[in-house]
Design a protein around this ligand. Structure first.
Ligand code: AP5
Ligand code: MG
Length: 218
């Protein structure tokens, strides 16, 4: 059965890193609500201004807006054989919507929890740098680029840092995560659809763990 792979985990746990590997190897689209809203925030419209303001605080965007965006995106042709959700659902309302969507689209939902201790999340987020051309994710502590602040594949391009990747914002993001998103782990666990991977392993090894889980869950 075609699958919706939900990547769960705290800010900086490694959802995006794994979602990119899954997309590359399984050929399923990676749908990151964080990336979609960062792109949307670049426009100069009142909605973009609103999204920018919320994202920069580390709090969540309204369920109504997120649900509309996810509904529209996942009904496109490239999602017919399944897709990878990175950063969605994050609230009970969003999880309920996803259940309906999965039935409507004929997909099975499997949630992968990338488990990383809170102590490492600050370094993972403050040290993160991203290539604006290809989206490759680096880290000055754990995965430095070959050239100083430039992408390995696009050496002419300077890497960027997210505005919410500051020590101060990470506190808010973690708090938001604990209050609104962490309870969803129990929800998926209760219906035996939660699979945990050790987020402290090497990213390639984590990917192999996820691949084994998905194969066994078919
Ligand atoms: P979003 O963009 O989803 O941010 P997040 O959940 O805080 O997660 P991150 O992207 O920070 O971390 P990640 O787990 O993807 O880690 P990564 O792989 O990059 O959301 C941002 C904002 O958008 C929210 O605060 C909210 O405002 C809004 N939003 C988004 N979705 C929403 C929703 N559904 N509802 C409402 N609002 C929403 O890795 C992090 C770093 O660690 C990198 O530098 C990487 O190189 C490194 N790293 C990764 N894996 C490893 C490893 N195994 N070992 C060592 N280093 C590693
Ligand atoms: Mg991410």
């Amino acid at each position: 059965m075609s699958k919706i792979i939900v990547l769960m985990g705290a800010p900086g746990a490694g959802k995006g890193t794994q979602a990119r590997l899954l997309q590359e190897r399984l050929g399923l689209p990676q749908i990151s609500t964080g990336d979609m809203f960062r792109a949307l925030a670049e426009a100069s419209t009142p909605l973009a201004e609103e999204v920018r303001a919320v994202q920069s605080t580390g709090k969540l965007i309204s369920d109504d807006l997120v649900i509309r965006v996810v509904h529209e995106r996942t009904n496109r042709e490239d999602c017919k054989s399944g897709y990878i959700l990175d950063g969605f659902p994050r609230t009970t309302v969003q999880a309920t919507m996803l259940e309906r969507l999965a039935v409507e689209q004929g997909h099975k939902v499997s949630a992968i929890f990338v488990d990383a201790p809170f102590e490492v999340l600050e370094k993972r987020t403050t040290g993160r740098r991203i290539c604006p051309v290809c989206g490759e994710i680096y880290n000055v502590y754990f995965k430095p680029p070959k050239f100083d602040n430039a992408c390995d594949q696009h050496p002419e391009t300077q890497l960027i840092q997210r505005t919410d990747d500051t020590a101060e914002k990470i506190k808010v993001r973690l708090e938001t995560y604990k209050q609104q998103t962490e309870p969803l782990l129990e929800y998926y666990k209760a219906s035996k659809r939660l699979f945990k991977v050790d987020g402290m392993r090497d990213p390639q090894k984590i990917y192999e763990d996820i691949e084994a889980i998905l194969t066994g869950d078919d």
